[in-house]
Design a protein around this ligand. Structure first.
Ligand SMILES: [Zn+2]
Length: 681
């Protein structure tokens, strides 16, 4: 009974608060606009508004002075995909289950843009990296509810800069947002602006690079703040600032050596989990308020929804912070705020599991303690030991046991039951991730992810070295990367990933025997990995060992029949090994999805001709000729085809065409097109 009454009182107050926060907006006749800003990989301790003396964030500090600032905000996952999923759904990683870039966001989850769109908002997203670009098979489902999603990324062509392919500079992302804002339809809007720059490598443009030469990470933070300054100026100049809710946060921080971790993803200490969070309310409501309570990024969405007067869906697990922010928090007892100030904050990471087969790590942060669940658990008294340097798990065993039980019970209550969305274990998406330095493997179900593999604490040096190798590979410093990978292999001879990376590096150098050796070892160590077979198949194709490539692509397609690139490789390999009926079947499969694929039309024509079906060869060869009018190759085969059909005039015409095309054009390309790989359709 009492509980019911408390709930009722709390509910009424929530409604009242929602109205009071938006009163100005409602009076003006328009709901507030919402600007959600996520700055990737940004540490809380670099923000001026959180006490940093480095002077990196003048623009954010100016907005913070008109905002509510949360001094103790924590991320629920130190990794881009799960953390953004938490921000945008208001649910924990164990509920939304987006543990990795390839795991699609389930369509039944509450989702900020979908909710806001349903409430009359125009919605647009401006993301700074391919990792959040659904059109590239990563971040699938993130575009739900957005009228406009500014992705359009691609893997770099040889020699192409990553700033024009896989990610955009912060000022470019902001420019795109301003262009959309300048042409937006009438009515309230919700935009999500994601800046990727502070993510490694730290290479801010000038003048920030020179100014922060000794602290390049800080240079990226200063540059991101500079870009946000342009966004804020636009909002001010166009009368959009006052009536907007502006929520700024980072998805996670960066370790920069804390606890031995160089980047982010493996650990759950403050360096990556303590994040900046500020909320500017319409008409500068509650400006200057600082909230010291622990809050989570999971709380952001319900807070925004309540602030603009939209009912919070019941599936949302975070708690609205509106009561916490209200100027006169009711006293305890019957009028206790809806927000539970001493609620433990949960975080987890499966990065170690997914990338390396190590254990998952989970943590619970109470007012006093940080408890870390891992194969060797940890306990820190943050009040006495804010840097979490003195592990008390063995001396304060009872406390650790209690927190372990709390963590277990919290996970149980907040996990989604039913089948986890399967990660699109797609070799093409894997290729994209690998090119970005990310790696994912077949993973155990979430409940088995704890304690099965090594403790990331014991492996962090390997994690750092792999991070360094990835950076060297991305920067095309291949020989240096090979040296680092060989060091990793010397330390960890049974881990598949360094072999896979080494195979990629040796392939770049066209050192195929070494590449094949490394790729074979990767397959041997991880025989169930679709990706490992795919990559071995690719390098065998490059080395023109078609016979050996065939079974690799057959294995990929047995598990992933939809991999078009595998079908294309296989069509070539079958054609090259004289398996003509199989080659025809593969070509037909490819053309059913990609009728405009030049190479496949050409191969189909050639293979049909070789199998005696000259009449059948004509249509695909004509199609190929129409797709690349300057290529002599389809016409070369058409000479034989028409001769065989007794169409001598046509054969003569083709002969003349070949002559003029080879004289004026690039010449013949060889017996099979796309030897080393399918061209992009
Ligand atoms: Zn991130």
């Amino acid at each position: 009974m009492l509980r019911d009454k408390i709930l009722k009182v709390s509910l009424i107050r929530q409604l009242v608060c929602a109205v009071c926060l938006t009163a100005g907006a409602l009076a003006a006749g328009a709901p507030p606009n919402i600007v959600l800003i996520t700055v990737d990989t940004t540490r809380a301790d670099r923000m001026g508004f959180l006490g940093s003396q480095r002077g990196l964030t003048p623009n954010l500090d100016a907005v913070a002075s008109r905002s509510v600032v949360f001094t103790h905000a924590y991320s629920q996952a130190p990794f881009t995909a799960p953390s953004h999923a938490t921000i945008l759904t208001g649910t924990y990683p164990q509920f939304h289950q987006v543990q990795d870039f390839q795991v699609p966001l389930s369509s039944d989850l509450p989702f900020a843009p979908a909710i806001l769109k349903a409430n009359g908002y125009h919605t647009a997203a401006f993301v700074g990296s391919i990792v959040l670009d659904p059109s590239q098979g990563l971040g699938v489902g993130l575009d739900r509810g957005f009228d406009f999603y500014d992705g359009g990324y691609h893997l770099p062509a040889p020699g192409e800069d990553h700033y024009t392919s896989t990610d955009r500079r912060a000022t470019v992302v902001v420019e795109h947002a301003l262009t959309w804002l300048s042409k937006r339809p009438a009515g309230p809007f919700f935009i999500w602006v994601h800046l990727y720059d502070p993510h490694y490598p730290y290479e801010a443009p000038e003048p920030f690079e020179s100014r922060y030469k000794s602290e390049p990470y800080d240079g990226e933070i200063a540059y991101s703040d500079f870009a946000l300054g342009k966004l804020f100026s636009y909002l001010r100049a166009n009368g959009l600032f006052e009536n907007s809710v502006i929520a700024m946060m980072s998805d996670h921080g960066e370790s920069l050596g804390d606890h031995g971790e160089r980047f982010h993803g493996f650990f759950l200490y403050d360096a990556t989990i303590h994040v900046p969070l500020l909320l500017k309310l319409p008409q500068d409501h509650l400006a200057g308020k600082r909230i010291e309570n622990h809050v989570g990024l999971v709380d952001v969405l319900p807070t925004i929804l309540q602030t603009v007067g939209i009912e919070v869906p019941k599936e949302i697990q975070g708690e609205s912070l509106v009561d916490l922010m209200s100027p006169d928090p009711p006293s305890a007892g019957e009028n206790a705020p809806a927000y539970s100030s001493v609620r433990p904050l949960y975080a987890e990471t499966e990065y170690g599991v997914r990338a390396y087969g190590w254990s998952a790590v989970r943590s619970l942060r109470t007012d006093k303690y940080l408890f870390v669940e891992a194969p060797r658990r940890e306990l820190y008294d943050l009040a006495a030991d804010p840097k979490a340097e003195h592990d008390l798990s063995t001396t304060s065993k009872a406390v650790a046991d209690t927190l372990q039980r709390q963590l277990d019970s919290f996970r149980q209550k907040t996990s989604k039951t039913g089948e986890a969305p399967s990660s699109a274990n797609d070799p093409e998406a894997q290729e994209k991730l690998a090119a970005l330095g990310y790696m994912a493997r077949n993973v155990p179900p979430p409940d088995a992810a704890m304690g099965l593999g090594a403790d990331p604490k014991d492996k962090i040096e390997i994690g750092n070295m792999m991070g360094q190798a990835n950076f060297l590979l991305e920067s095309q410093r291949i020989e240096e990367a090979i040296l680092v990978l060989q060091q990793v292999i010397a330390k960890e001879p049974n881990m598949w990933i360094p072999y896979a990376k080494l195979g990629g590096a040796e392939t770049e150098l066209k050192n195929y025997p070494e590449a094949i050796k490394a790729r074979r070892k990767a397959v041997e160590l991880d025989p169930d990995s679709v990706d490992a077979h795919y990559e071995l198949g690719k390098v065998l194709m490059a080395a023109q060992d078609y016979e050996a490539a065939v079974p690799e692509f057959e294995q990929v397609l047995a598990k992933m029949p939809g991999s078009l690139k595998s079908h294309i490789f296989l069509e070539i390999a079958y054609a090259r090994t004289n398996r003509l009926p199989q080659a025809i079947k593969e070509c037909e499969t490819v053309l059913a999805s990609l009728p405009e694929q030049y190479g496949t039309n050409l191969i189909l024509g050639r293979v049909l001709m070789r199998s005696g079906d000259a009449a059948g060869a004509v249509p695909p060869l004509l199609k190929a000729a129409s797709l690349r009018p300057h290529s002599p190759d389809p016409h070369v085969t058409l000479i034989d085809v028409y001769t065989k059909l007794g169409r001598n005039e046509d054969a003569e015409r083709e002969r003349n065409l070949v002559k003029s095309l080879t004289e004026n054009g690039p010449g013949l390309s060889g017996p099979e097109p796309n030897e080393t790989g399918p061209s992009e359709p």
